[in-house]
Design a protein around this ligand. Structure first.
Ligand code: FPP
Length: 242
């Protein structure tokens, strides 16, 4: 891959298509999720090696609790074991792991692992892996507004202090804006993912299911990102120095 390519600071991925990948191969949905999990294990390390500073992944939405009990239980077990594996690999690489989402109604065993990993990796400096579990972007905004209102009520914050920086610092994690948002499996939806942080992200929708979204596929995403003309609402080929 060309070394002169600009590497996005914050990449977000909607891990979609495990079920369809499994179906196409005559496997169970659980096998599809396991393949997705294995893929993310290698892919996340590769993405940080490329120089990405923050990687966010949508592992489980608030709405995913509507799936069958069997599938939800499988995923919760996978998270319990899987987060441990990710943290073992990424801790060695000095990557901090954080989680975004509501705690209720996640099972205790998952919460315990999440808390331990957050604490174990809290001083790591090379990058941030943000795993979104029981996450919904609209709920994140509701929760931030509640926290801010509570601070105003307790005289810890004034109305005039509320700006984009203050709002961002009340999100589940105080992360930089997303530069590149990828959704695998050929679906063109945001599905309530990082609504605030994705404001000026470039979107990329590869036509492969997540278990087949390999490191080579990620390289293609970076090449495509480099073809985009990011203007942030400004003028094309803006040469202004400020
Ligand atoms: C959506 O695709 C995927 C999920 C709800 C689960 C994603 C989880 C993983 C990739 C495992 C990650 C593991 C850890 C430890 C973070 P889908 O299964 O709904 O696919 P479909 O739309 O084809 O049915």
């Amino acid at each position: 891959m060309n070394n002169n390519l600009v590497i996005p600071n914050h990449v977000a991925i909607i891990l979609d298509g495990n079920g369809r990948w499994a179906q196409a191969k005559g496997k169970t949905r659980s096998e599809g999720h396991y393949a997705g999990f294995n893929n993310l294990d290698k892919l996340s390390e590769y993405i940080f090696e490329k120089g990405v500073q923050v990687l966010s992944v949508y592992a489980f939405s608030t709405e995913n609790f509507k799936r069958t009990k069997e599938e939800v239980n499988y995923l919760m077990d996978l998270f319990t074991e899987g987060f441990k594996r990710y943290s073992k690999r990424l801790n060695k690489k000095d990557i901090r792991i954080v989680f975004s989402g509501r705690r209720e109604p996640l099972p205790n065993k998952v919460l315990k692992i999440m808390d331990k990993i957050t604490e174990d990796t809290t001083n790591n400096k090379k990058g941030i892996f943000n795993i979104c579990v029981n996450y919904g972007g609209q709920y994140e905004l509701v929760d931030a507004v509640k926290e801010i209102a509570n601070k105003i009520q307790n005289n810890q914050l004034t109305l005039n202090e509320i700006d984009l920086i203050t709002l961002n610092s009340h999100m589940y994690n105080n992360l930089p804006p997303v530069d590149l948002m990828i959704r695998t499996s050929g679906e063109y939806r945001l599905s309530n993912f990082l609504l605030f942080q994705n404001a000026y992200a470039e979107f990329y929708f590869p036509d492969v299911y997540f278990p087949a979204f390999t490191t080579e596929e990620f390289d293609k995403a970076i090449i495509e990102y480099n073809k985009r003309d990011r203007r942030y609402g400004g003028i094309k080929n803006d040469n202004q120095s400020n």
